[in-house]
Write a protein that binds this ligand. Sequence first.
Ligand code: NAD
Ligand code: MG
Length: 380
Amino acid sequence: MKKIAILGSTGSIGTQTLEVVENNSDMQVTALAAGSNIALLENQIRRFHPSLACVWDPEKAAELRVAVHDLDVKVVSGMEGLLEAATEPQSEILVTAIVGMIGIRPTIAAMEAGKDIALANKETLVTAGHLIMPLSREKKVRILPVDSEHSAIFQCLQGNEGNPIHKILLTASGGPFRGWSRAQLAAVRPEDALKHPNWSMGRKITIDSSTMVNKGLEVMEAHWLFDVTIDQVEVVIQPQSVIHSMVEFADGAVMAQLGTPDMKLPIQYALCYPNRRDLPGARLDFAALGSITFEKPDPETFRGLGLALEAGRRGGTMPTVFNAANEYAVAKFLKKEIPYLTIVEMIEAAMSHHTVTEHPDVEQILAAERETEEYIRSAF
Ligand code: NAD
Ligand code: MG
């Protein structure tokens, strides 16, 4: 029995993880955590019988406690609750399907407790990769990528132990505004940016895909996961989202992983690694597809990508500032409080204002996050 805890069980990755669990009789859920959707969380508790459930909001947690009083489940809340869910004694692996750098402390706590991590929550690796990767070696726990590109890279590396990566070709769909000019972006509304051409995902990552900030975060994620420099990662636009990423080796050989855009594949691979299992769903039909095309990203329209590379090269607390500014700005944009182009302006202003701390610990990372928010509030 594979015992699995999930942070963010009511979201896009969380619900797809539970679909995978449903299709595999040897998987069992130990703990579930969600932000506020207690109706869905209650259904999940009744279906999957975890011994622990966490709701961020304490009032909602109290409501849920009443709703599930007939079941043998402990309901907790807040950061203490997230940490308890992340370290639930029975679980072997934690799926980090929570959104944002709020995942840092629970991810580290789970690793300290010896759990493997199926990592979807890229913001945690971007801001605390310099702590997480050495910790995974020290505690001998695996960080198994769930992000489709990183799962693709990880799959391409199987059987290539000892063969150094020459370059990573990180593919991107280009999002809904591929081919647009910067001027055209000025009038973009949340409902426009929330229409992703190929993937159905949570709101924050869908906005990040439209600005290509997501790809910037993924370059930093690849840097930590695969021990390559930022400049060894080349972003390639592949609009059909069929090639999920590629690795070029020293001899020029390029390995790629292809498939239909379905997050259940990387989720199941992370949970079953190194084994592959049946996965229901559509398969690639190359004749129907006809062609797979490639482009370079447009640095002028997607300035957030360039800022991410700059933050990644600078290191220290700069990736935290990049990420925290983006999290803050995207939340504001989704509430229609700022225009679309202000997202990148906020990131740029926060980065220029920041004085980097090298090798930050968790407290310093969280302090840099707070200072970034305070600075943006005062400057905009
Ligand atoms: P989502 O918004 O659909 O879901 C987020 C989940 O986190 C929800 O269950 C929500 O309740 C929970 N959550 C949020 N704040 C919380 C808090 N304070 N305490 C407890 N739970 C909280 O997001 P998503 O699209 O599933 O993305 C999750 C993570 O996976 C993100 O880091 C994203 O970048 C990454 N990711 C997502 C996809 C995708 O296809 N959706 C692909 C690759 C990577
Ligand atoms: Mg991705």
